[in-house]
Design a protein around this ligand. Structure first.
Ligand code: B12
Length: 313
């Protein structure tokens, strides 16, 4: 995907490795032609690519002509992200917002953009959403006033409970705007991985309606499964799937694959989603809202209908 393409170029660049101009031009063309899509992951992709462009330009790893084009593209991306901001400060969704803020920091627009401070306010209001290592890894640099462009050159300090940051916030580009403040640093330190906290005991049970859909061209029949599942009140979607799998007559089965983000749903009712077919098992809450979390993190409400839909990406 272009996200991975951008991430690869960014990783090489922060380690001062040169990339062939043709490889960079292809990414630039994709950005200019709006090929990063308009779906749920467009902001993440646009931001990763803009960071890669800013890195290449700053490190002088490209000629001056291309450097000017990359700078213009990164600033264009930064502007379009500021324009895409919701009234509540979020850009894309809560998980892509830190990526957009990294672009503001890297391109130096954080001082002039009210979008940066509004996004920071949104993050601070929703810090509890960052409960997994993968989501924390994307939000922590921003709370400390840094982007991934800085990380290869930072000294890790040997302080108990803190690996970096405390002393360097004051020198940072955006501290003038007052947003990367000691208060933010304190809040950043309070992020706790959910799996390290004991799961709160919620008494009672809940009922979740589980629906499986496989539209054309993959299946003839759209709805393949529709059943209510009773689970303890604190159950996650993964718990719901496990409970459905042991219900008589054992006609529900599924598989997950472990990733850095947690378990990724790969197979439902024997139907496997495949990279080559560009399809995946999309998670939705009825009638049609995609979830912003994976199966292990999402905790449905009592009476909620959850849809597993084989979809294209
Ligand atoms: C590309 C992408 C996808 C692609 C992956 C396929 C592909 N070949 O590229 C597709 C479209 C399939 C996808 C699906 C989903 N995604 Co996605 N995805 C991304 C994105 C943009 C990049 C991931 C990546 O390539 N990382 C780089 C590579 C090198 O690392 P990797 O660990 O090998 O990446 C793999 C895993 O990340 C996995 N994956 C992708 N998304 C998700 C989501 C979850 C919950 C899990 C467990 C794994 C997973 O697929 C990647 C490629 O193999 C990230 C953005 C981000 N900020 O991280 C969102 C992101 C990780 N996805 C997200 C979400 C919510 C989902 C879905 C749950 C959406 C939905 N409602 O169905 C589903 C997963 C459902 C399931 N079956 O379990 C969120 C996760 C937020 C969170 N709370 O953790 C992110 C952060 C996007 C966002 N801003 O909301 N995703």
């Amino acid at each position: 995907s272009y996200y991975q393409y951008g991430l690869g170029v960014l990783a090489l660049c922060v380690h001062h490795k040169r990339v062939r101009e043709e490889v960079i031009r292809r990414l630039l063309t994709a950005q200019n032609h709006g090929r990063f899509g308009h779906g749920g992951t467009a902001v993440d992709t646009e931001a990763v690519v803009a960071l890669a462009f800013t890195c290449l330009e700053r490190r002088r790893l490209v000629g001056t002509g291309l450097a000017a084009e990359l700078q213009a593209a990164a600033h264009g991306a930064s502007r379009s992200m500021a324009e895409a901001q919701d009234p509540d400060g979020i850009i894309g969704n809560i998980y892509s917002t830190p990526w957009a803020m990294q672009v503001f920091l890297a391109t130096g627009t954080c001082q002039t953009e009210p979008a940066f401070s509004q996004a920071m306010a949104a993050l601070l209001k929703n810090l509890e959403a960052f409960g997994t290592a993968a989501t924390m890894a994307q939000v922590l640099p921003v709370l400390h006033g840094h982007s991934y462009l800085d990380i290869a050159s930072m000294q890790c300090q040997e302080e108990p409970g803190r690996s970096w940051g405390q002393q360097d916030w004051a020198q940072h580009r955006c501290h003038h705007s007052g947003w990367v403040s000691p208060l933010v640093m304190l809040l950043a330190d309070m992020l706790t991985p959910l799996d390290m906290e004991p799961q709160a005991e919620v008494p009672g049970n809940k009922m979740v309606q589980l629906v499986v859909e496989c539209p054309l061209p993959w299946c003839d029949e759209v709805q393949l499964y529709n059943r209510s599942v009773h689970v303890p009140a604190a159950a996650s979607l993964l718990d719901v799937l496990q409970a459905a799998a042991v219900l008589e007559p054992h006609n529900f089965k599924f598989h997950t694959q472990d990733t850095a983000q947690g378990p990724f749903l790969t197979q439902v009712l024997g139907l496997e989603a495949r990279q080559e077919k560009r399809n995946y098992w999309q998670l939705l809450t009825a009638p049609n809202t995609p979830l912003q979390m994976g199966v292990a993190d999402y905790r449905p409400q009592d009476g909620e209908t959850l849809i597993l839909r084989l979809s294209e990406w």
